[in-house]
Ligand binder design. Structure first.
Ligand code: AMP
Ligand code: MG
Length: 402
């Protein structure tokens, strides 16, 4: 067996092997976080008309320059109504934000600078009236046919607004992966069920599902399997038929009942790596099945499972939706930390403000990978390079949020 991959190498192998899922058409209301598989051009000029940006009156600025300060109100131009026309340069039209600028007008005086009585508007002398003042002119932001969003863009709020404004009720995006979280272990008992002294609550699946939900992955099924190779084999075979991504927890270590790697191998899932030079989470397993399904075998210990989900499963899922890796932020340590083993170390941290260093990551080490209680109040973890080494205050470490 060669040297174990580092976390960066393990992540790269995952990205290398996970293929983007097929393209599907989805309605605007369910596009957040998806990756666009088409390009988008402007349906119309934006703004599509000379758009009034303040409530007030629309006038001809020429009349103002000619000294006119009192205008007869000839009508009201509301948003969503076809343009009116100014009957003569001595009149004005009341206008509302979002209305089209009436024909014959070229400037808007805000209501704050007016006194209106008996159908007449007196404009305060302090008003600054200029052509296209308080008007967002047609085509200023983009022109009809302009390329607005390129294929491959991840859709956030601004992109979705632009899609809608381009008149598209749906868009082509890479499918959302069908994920199943499979907990393994005879000792696990569902919250709400009676429990014996030697059993433990099945908590990982809910933690992992939460971490996925926070990242917009919501097609998540759930199963719990015993440490029985025959049952594992049958149920995992079925799950491989109906899911794009399997996330298993437990059963990947060296124990007598850790059947997951062998079972997956029997099912024809190609092992890409087993074990990573890291702590916690060294037994991490990853493979790819016949139809390209990604299979992640996370260690069962709750700290390991959550760290491995964030560090490996999330990048894999991003590859599955055709997204680029997220930029990883480096945060300075707020207190020194010593790493002894020659393994990359995932250190839980709480983000705090330091008067001298700005945002810092305060180490919150756990009492081992089973101690998930110590994760309460932490924001995520930093990745420290293999020891033995002393990392000082201010050491810049990549930070991963839970
Ligand atoms: P394993 O990786 O199967 O050897 O499990 C390692 C440790 O994690 C054991 O103490 C398990 O009881 C615990 N564990 C495994 N799966 C879960 C789970 N889904 N929720 C909570 N603890 C778990
Ligand atoms: Mg187990």
């Amino acid at each position: 067996m060669g040297p174990l991959p580092t976390p960066a190498e393990a992540e790269a192998r995952i990205r290398d092997r996970v293929r983007a899922l097929p393209v599907e058409s989805r309605p605007l209301a369910s596009l957040a976080g998806a990756v666009l598989a088409q390009s988008v051009r402007a349906e119309r000029d934006q703004p599509p008309f000379d758009r009034v940006t303040m409530d007030g009156i629309a006038i001809s600025s020429e009349a103002w320059r000619g000294g006119l300060r009192r205008f007869r109100i000839a009508g009201i131009q509301a948003a969503g109504h076809p343009p009116l026309a100014l009957p003569d340069a001595e009149s004005c039209l009341e206008v509302m934000t979002g209305a089209v600028l009436p024909a014959g007008c070229d400037s808007v005086v805000p209501v704050e600078l007016l006194s209106v009585t008996d159908g007449w508007a007196d404009v305060d002398e302090s008003a600054r009236v200029e052509p296209f003042g308080n008007v967002h002119t047609r085509g200023l932001d983009c022109r009809e046919g302009d390329m607005l969003i390129a294929r491959g863009t991840r859709l956030g709020a601004p992109e979705i607004a632009v899609l809608a404004s381009a008149g598209l009720p749906r868009a082509n995006v890479h499918a959302d992966p069908r994920i199943i979280i499979v907990a393994t272990g005879d000792e696990l008992v569902e919250p709400g069920e009676p429990i014996e002294g030697w059993q433990v609550r099945r908590s990982n699946s809910y933690a992992l599902r939460g971490a996925l939900a926070l990242r917009g992955f919501s097609r998540v099924a759930d199963d719990h399997l015993p440490d029985d190779p025959q049952v594992l084999r049958d149920r995992l075979a079925a799950h491989l038929d109906t899911h794009d991504v399997l996330v298993l927890t437990g059963g990947v270590s060296m124990g007598r009942y850790d059947h997951v790697p062998n079972t997956l191998r029997d099912l024809g899932v190609e092992e890409v790596f087993h074990r990573v030079a890291q702590r916690p989470g060294k037994p991490m397993w990853f493979g790819v099945a016949g139809k390209g399904q990604a299979v992640f075998g996370l260690p069962g210990n709750p700290v390991s499972a959550l760290v491995c989900l964030v560090r490996y499963v999330v990048p894999g899922l991003l590859a599955a939706i055709g997204a680029q890796p997220l930029p990883v932020e480096a945060v300075p340590l707020g207190a020194p930390h010593q790493v002894r083993p020659p393994l990359s170390f995932f250190l839980p941290v709480q983000l705090e403000r330091s008067p001298t260093l700005g945002l810092v990551a305060m180490p919150k080490p756990t009492r081992g990978s089973g101690d998930f209680i110590s994760l309460l109040g932490t924001d995520g973890f930093v990745e420290l390079p293999p020891g033995p080494a002393d990392y000082p205050v201010g050491y810049l470490a990549p930070f991963y949020r839970w």
